[in-house]
Write a protein that binds this ligand. Structure first.
Ligand code: ZN
Length: 100
């Protein structure tokens, strides 16, 4: 159900409150909320689907994270596969070939 109407109260992330708060829909676009107004601080802004806009800090963090990932991905290829393979045990079962 995406039956939004003007004045409906929906959750969205408010950049002023820096958290998800109740918002009233003040503008609709093709049945979707386009603009909303925070009911806590009355700040109007585009509806952002409850997503917090990435801060510069977050962007920097993501950048660093990707760098770390890229750096870690290359040397991370030790022969783990060999250890995971089931070891063949040739001496078992028919090993008691010599009858006394
Ligand atoms: Zn707010």
């Amino acid at each position: 159900m995406s039956d939004f109407r003007l004045g409906d109260v929906i959750d969205d992330h408010c950049i002023k409150c820096r958290r998800v708060t109740n918002h009233s829909i003040v503008s609709l676009l093709t049945g979707q909320p386009a603009k909303v107004r925070c009911r806590t601080c009355y700040h109007d802004h585009d509806y952002r689907h409850e997503q917090a806009p990435p801060s510069k800090k977050d962007l920097k963090k993501a950048e660093l994270f990707n760098e770390v990932l890229a750096a870690a991905a290359v040397p991370e290829a030790p022969p783990v596969v060999a250890a995971a393979e089931p070891e063949e045990k040739p001496k078992k079962g028919k090993a008691r070939g010599k009858k006394a």
